[in-house]
Write a protein that binds this ligand. Structure first.
Ligand code: NAD
Ligand code: UDP
Length: 312
């Protein structure tokens, strides 16, 4: 198949490119490299089945080739970046999704949206099932991300209803692993890099807020299974092993053997207090559930960052 991936030079996108090429597909990777990196895809650039196009998907995008799937991942994805670039974030979520859906419609391709647990906001229902409508601020600092992803879902279902585009919506919960950028700003990469550099681990707030972390290999399997079934409804993809951020810091200190200390900084506005996916639907519809324990996934991620930082 010919598969277009927007955001293919980023953390999740680059793994998807590798996986799809290994299966013999042809991959067209469109990325403006705002947070992604050519480093993530450097081994693919010589592959004749791989075509990298440096382009901002918020602008209209035309090309001649046929496409079987459009996987739309392009977005600023880390709070550190989307808080700094709120308008670009909205443009990727709104115009980028609109453009990618337009491509899917014109090429009669299937379309997958990388949505997010953030569409549940600071949830009042725990764990979060897909039929929970969320608790989201439309004006707060995170609204650029949360609301553009909610609008991206709305656009996706508008194209599904009005133009019969065959859609998939993956609601991705916190995912981590190799190819995360060391300066990405998300908690797993921050803590590992800080631990390996013997710097204090920066816990925002008291560290009692929780998240549920999914290892990249598990997420990739979930995305693949979602493309293989006939399910146009949103599906949560994430690990239901919930930890507090203070527990995560402790685990990373233990696994890196670091003697770093932790310091508490102020909690960013509207930081969700807890998050854990209800993955009943993914289990039933995809026959999928994550296999990688947090400790094991962290060990693999720590190995990656050791090499990346020249500590090995
Ligand atoms: P990432 O920042 O590593 O990757 C995003 C990629 O999109 C980058 O390569 C970036 O350069 C590119 N990009 C951004 N705006 C673009 C634009 N306008 N045009 C072209 N390319 C653009 O982040 P990631 O973690 O790999 O996230 C990928 C997708 O998954 C995002 O849509 C994100 O919202 C979603 N997601 C990720 C997580 C997670 O925990 N990693 C959780 C929920 C949802
Ligand atoms: N966090 C933290 N220290 C950091 C980075 C993040 O304590 O250096 C916290 C953040 O406040 C949030 C959680 O870790 O409560 C997860 O943050 P991340 O940015 O990884 O993703 P989010 O789930 O908020 O999108």
């Amino acid at each position: 198949m010919n598969i277009l991936i927007s955001g293919g030079a980023g953390f999740i996108g680059s793994h998807l490119c590798v996986k799809l090429l290994a299966k013999g597909h042809r991959v067209i990777c469109v990325d403006n490299l705002i947070t992604g990196s050519k480093e993530n895809i450097k081994e693919l650039l010589d592959n004749s089945n791989f075509n990298f196009i440096e382009f901002d998907i918020s602008g209209p995008f035309y090309f001649k080739e046929d496409v079987d799937w459009v996987l739309h991942l392009a977005s600023l994805a880390s709070p550190k970046y989307y808080l700094n670039y709120p308008i670009k974030t909205l443009k990727s979520g709104l115009l980028g999704t609109y453009n990618c859906l337009g491509i899917a419609k014109n090429k009669k391709a299937k379309f997958l949206l990388a949505s997010t647990s953030e569409i549940y906001g600071d949830p009042l229902v725990h764990p979060q099932p897909e039929n929970y409508w969320g608790n989201v601020s439309s004006t707060g600092p995170r609204s650029c991300y949360d609301e553009s992803k909610r609008a991206a879902e709305a656009l996706t279902y508008a194209y599904f209803r009005q133009h019969s585009v065959d859609v998939r919506v993956a609601r991705i919960f916190n995912t981590y692993g190799p190819n995360m950028h060391p300066d990405d700003g998300r908690v797993v990469s921050n803590f590992i890099v800080q631990a390996l550099k013997s710097k204090d681990l920066t816990i925002y707030g008291d560290g009692k807020q929780s998240r549920s972390f999914c290892y990249i290999d598990d997420l990739l399997e979930g995305i693949q299974k979602l493309t293989e079934v006939d399910c146009t409804e949103p599906v949560n993809l994430g690990n239901s092993e919930e930890v507090t951020i203070a527990e995560l810091a402790e685990l990373i200190l233990k696994e890196t053997g670091s003697s770093s200390l932790v310091k508490n900084l102020s909690l960013p506005a509207d930081d969700p207090k807890k998050r854990k996916p209800d993955i009943t639907k993914a289990k039933e519809v995809l026959g999928w559930q994550p296999k990688t324990e947090l400790k094991k996934g962290l060990q693999k991620t720590i190995e990656y960052f050791k090499k990346k930082l020249g500590k090995k």
